[in-house]
Design a protein around this ligand. Structure first.
Ligand code: HEM
Length: 412
């Protein structure tokens, strides 16, 4: 076999289409020590089997205190949670037994039933947002649709009053535009959000309602409750983890459908026939094919371990590349083909193990409602620009489009 040269990672071309580079890594360097744009060195894990193993390995801690950070990189790594801000003590930065306790408490409030009861509201929000641009014949689906939908949905679910939701939209917009660590405008937005959430939690304690924040305050386990700080950190991670991910599920998902007209037509036919089966398997396939979370969030070795033949030292950061694992030909037949009816599809788009996505039922609800409603109301939806003009955000963890201009026959 000809030995192609190692690909360059984290370039502009890589952000546009990282899959060829991931295929090379899977084959030639499946556990690869890379220098990230921030200067931090981390192990990239790209094969499905290794990825699943790493996600479930308790020797890989989520707590950034375990990072053996070189002195010259102190405070500049962009690893969220390295500064001990209160809001950062959340599920994605902690290990058992704290993780077990907090996850059990939140699971009592954030139940599949709560999500199912929320379905009519998600449909209403989806329709209202499409109403906003349906008569124009064109739209930027990121800004006018994929971005506002999850933020309003999570605000509603948490119990943020409608009149305050546009503030949240602005703060979240600041975070997604500037991403990364808490600095400048992002730091101000995080601060405002923290202040607002603390006050809201305090109010809900005095006057509980039917919302998730009241549920978080009420939830108890063997007499244990969340403290106000823990409830604020929980509300924050629900917002943060459930926001940009869902924006990208809708954005990447619509884009993949527009690039695969045969699959998109099948989905439209099945929706027109009143079926939901292909929609359900289809959204899972879109998550596998080009999911929102390109790399799982940070993990740090707490003791020496071997992964994919590489010796990992205590303190080393490990990044599991979900996007690479989900295209592994050892696990998925024809991995680079989008097949909405794919059955054997245990993808890692929502992670695996104890940190498996807590919001998966809500993400599925939003993704399915958004895609089905768009394709039904705007049946001739098409890309409004040449694909070469599209720009990807290029952050480390998430994969998503900056804009998605589309055109369609205006709705009357
Ligand atoms: C965790 C993906 C939507 C809340 C995760 C993880 C992934 C993920 C990969 C695990 C990260 C890791 O192990 O490093 C996604 C995707 C979504 C989505 C692809 C949308 C399509 C949501 C939503 C919510 C949410 C809507 C809540 C409103 C969470 C929380 C965790 C998490 C709280 C941390 C769980 C824990 O550490 O125990 N998600 N997510 N996610 N997700 Fe999601």
């Amino acid at each position: 076999m000809s030995q192609s040269p190692a690909p360059e990672l984290f370039t502009w071309e890589f952000a546009t289409d990282p899959y060829p580079a991931y295929a090379w890594l899977r084959e030639h360097a499946p556990v690869h020590r890379a220098t990230l744009p921030s200067g931090v060195e981390a192990w990239l894990v790209t094969r499905y089997g290794d990825a699943r193993q790493a996600l479930a390995d308790q020797r890989l801690s989520k707590n950034p205190a375990h990072h053996d950070e070189p002195a010259h990189a102190k405070g500049k790594t962009g690893i969220p949670g390295e500064r001990k801000a209160e809001l950062m003590t959340h599920l994605l930065n902690i290990d058992p037994p704290d993780h077990t306790r907090l996850r059990r408490l939140v699971s009592k409030a954030f139940t599949p039933r709560r999500v199912a009861e929320f379905a009519p509201r998600v449909q209403e929000l989806t329709d209202r947002l499409i109403d906003g641009f349906a008569a124009k014949g064109e739209a930027d689906l990121i800004h006018e649709f994929a971005f506002p939908l999850p933020i309003y949905a999570i605000c509603d679910l948490l119990g943020v009053p409608r009149e305050d939701q546009d503030d949240f939209r602005d703060w979240a917009g600041m975070m997604i535009r500037h991403g990364g660590g808490p600095r400048g405008g992002v730091a101000r937005s995080v601060k405002k959000m923290r202040g607002y959430l603390a006050e809201l939690i305090h109010r809900k304690r005095l006057e509980p309602g039917d919302d998730l924040i009241s549920g978080l305050i009420r939830a108890s386990d063997h007499g244990e409750h969340l403290t106000e700080n823990e409830a604020a950190a929980m509300a924050f991670i629900l917002l943060f983890a459930g926001f940009e991910t869902t924006v990208n599920l809708i954005g990447n998902g619509v884009y993949a459908l527009l690039r695969n007209p045969g699959q998109r037509l099948r989905l439209q036919e099945s929706l027109a026939a009143g079926e939901t089966g292909l929609l359900a398997t289809g959204v899972e396939e879109l998550l596998r094919y080009d999911g929102p979370v390109e790399l799982a969030t940070w993990r740090f070795a707490t003791e020496p371990l071997t992964l994919g033949g590489q010796e990992i030292r205590p303190g080393d950061p490990v990044l599991v590349v979900l996007a690479a694992a989900d295209r592994d030909p050892e696990r998925f037949a024809e991995p680079d083909v989008l097949d909405l009816s794919r059955r054997d599809n245990q993808h890692l788009g929502y992670g695996h193990g104890i940190h498996y996505c807590l919001g998966a039922p809500l993400a599925r609800l939003e993704g399915q409602t958004a895609l089905a409603t768009l394709l039904t109301r705007l049946p001739d939806l098409r890309l409004g620009v040449d694909p070469a003009e599209l720009r990807w955000r290029g952050g480390l963890i998430m994969r998503g489009l900056r804009t998605l201009p589309v055109a369609f026959t205006p709705e009357r």
